[in-house]
Design a protein around this ligand. Structure first.
Ligand code: GBH
Length: 511
């Protein structure tokens, strides 16, 4: 496709929605305030060795107290939609399952403030912060048993009831794949479970990584299904919103031009995005997974599959990067295998000829994002092939996250704010996205930058900065505009809107 030099708002359909995204544990802070209960991330982040800079989300961006300023900041960007998540343990702090009204009013206030600013809320119900009481309940054990399903459905139903008159976009989960693989496969995320062989240090709990990622993803899918049933049965007709799920999954290119590596790349895509999406489109887990994970992969009953079939009104897709995949056969016992070995592939940043898949965006010790804007159109085409052009014409796609971290740790603020590489990355993604929507008519209806502001970036803590705004974590969590925010605003705002916003910006910047 032709290279587009300039990028204009008019390269996208007029109804296309632009926004930014965040998640509760990464920005809210106030971990012990407002009646909030603990989540598995409060525990995990406080265990020494689990977060690379030793930080945690106790304060994070202090968004819980600064949310009004943050909404003003969003308004000044010119965005029309904001994706954020609800902290389950702020709503249901303990096993009494009594509503915490302080938590409820925080989200009511935030939602009202957004609507006043002309910004539509787009809510993720679960972005990895499971209430601790559900992890510790011996009958539930977090996501490891089906006991979680009714609890999630109850929580989701409460949110629809409490906020659904004002909120029309609901995503049940953020990245079931990541929470399963990183929480129960390699143990790098809460609750930090992994197999004995991968247990290098004390922060990790022993688990069975050959089965748990599959069990956890399975139960989360069932919980999604139950929540959607609640929405459709009791709320959707009145509230007239839509409900879907946010998935991730990298694009994979063959490591070399061989049939074996082509198959390996396909398998990797199936082991990531299709693992979660196939059941939502009425299919069983991918054949390659049935083969690779054999009897360790749970089975759906006909009834469960029927519940999941058609259970999304939209697909939320988090797109960051692509890798090369190389066929490899692992010579290990079935009990030692896990998701990463079951797919019989190794992944690489460079191909067999040594060419990098894209420009590396992160610092050397946190280099998982490579700039591969060309891979997003490939994924959209892959989705269309797999789930059908007709079906995907009625199920819109939202790019629910896209963004990058800074390429240096501990950079001075003025350097971090002069983030030209981030602009390049975002612009290239948008150019490719706009062009392929125009040429191929993909039903993509929105795009969210990860993230509004620097925040608690899970294992990388406060050092890995993904924001359009800089946050000074050492000094009152003050926000500073970066060049990328100025660029996004310039891209989004038409002239008349810019004038209307002047007042709002003056209010913000003169504080
Ligand atoms: C998103 O996940 C999350 O939804 C969001 O909360 C997060 O802040 C954002 O990305 C930025 O990271 O072992 O070093 O190779 C993206 C999913 C996260 C999955 C990184 C792969 C690999 C880290 N990916 N992870 S590494």
């Amino acid at each position: 496709s032709p290279t587009i030099k300039e990028l204009r708002r008019s390269d996208f359909p007029s109804g296309f929605q632009f926004g930014v995204a965040t998640a509760a544990y990464q920005i809210e802070g106030a971990a012990y305030e407002g009646g909030r209960g603990l989540s598995i991330w409060d525990v995990f982040s406080h265990i020494q060795g689990s977060i690379s800079d030793g930080s945690n989300g106790d304060v994070a961006c202090n968004h819980y107290h600064l949310y009004k300023d943050d909404v003003l900041m969003m308004k000044s960007l010119g965005i029309k939609v904001y994706r954020f998540s609800i902290s389950w343990s702020r709503i249901f702090p303990d096993d009494s399952e009594q509503l915490n009204f302080e938590g409820v009013s925080f989200y009511n206030n935030l939602i009202d403030c957004l609507l006043d600013a002309g910004i539509e809320p787009f809510i993720t119900l679960y972005h990895w912060d499971l209430p601790l009481w559900l992890e510790n309940d011996v009958n539930v054990r977090g996501w490891l048993t089906k006991g979680i399903v009714e609890h999630f459905a109850r929580y989701a139903g409460s949110c629809f009831k409490l906020f659904g008159d004002k909120v029309k976009n609901w995503a049940t989960f953020n990245e079931i794949r990541t929470m399963a693989v990183e929480g129960y496969g390699n143990g790098s995320k809460a609750p930090g479970r992994c197999s004995i062989s991968a247990l290098e240090n004390s922060k990790k709990t022993t688990g069975d990584s050959s089965t748990e990622p599959y069990i956890v993803a399975h139960n989360a899918l069932l919980a999604h299904g139950a929540a959607v049933q609640v929405y459709r049965k009791f709320f959707q007709a009145d509230q007239k919103g839509r409900i879907g799920m946010v998935v991730d999954g990298k694009w994979f290119e063959p490591f070399s031009v061989t049939r074996q590596d082509e198959d390996a790349a396909q398998r990797c895509i199936e082991f990531e995005i299709a693992w979660i999406l196939d059941p939502l489109f009425g299919m069983d887990y991918p054949d390659s997974m049935r083969k690779g994970a054999a009897n360790r992969l749970p089975k759906f009953t006909d009834e469960e599959l029927a519940i999941l079939h058609g259970s999304i009104d939209f697909i939320g897709y988090n797109y960051y990067t692509a890798y090369y995949a190389e066929h490899i056969e692992y010579d290990i016992e079935p009990s030692q295998r896990w998701h990463e070995t079951d797919r019989m592939a190794n992944t690489h940043y460079a191909n067999s000829e040594g060419n990098l898949i894209g420009e590396c965006m992160g610092p050397p010790d946190n280099d998982w994002i490579y700039n591969c804007p060309w891979a997003l159109p490939k994924m959209l085409e892959w989705l269309r092939q797999r789930y059908g052009k007709q079906q995907l014409s009625s199920i819109p796609i939202f790019i629910t996250e896209n963004g990058t971290m800074d390429d240096m740790e501990d950079m001075p603020r003025h350097v971090a704010c002069n983030d030209l590489k981030r602009i390049e990355y975002l612009k290239a993604t948008l150019q490719n996205l706009g062009a392929c929507i125009k040429e191929h008519g993909y039903n993509v209806q929105g795009y969210f930058i990860w993230s509004l502001m620097d925040n608690f970036e899970w294992n990388s803590g406060l050092r890995s900065r993904f924001g359009l705004y800089y946050v000074d974590f050492a000094n009152k969590q003050s926000r500073y505009i970066k060049r990328s925010a100025e660029w996004y605003r310039e891209f989004l705002l038409q002239n008349d809107e810019k004038n209307n916003l002047k007042l709002c910006c003056y209010q913000l910047w003169s504080k």
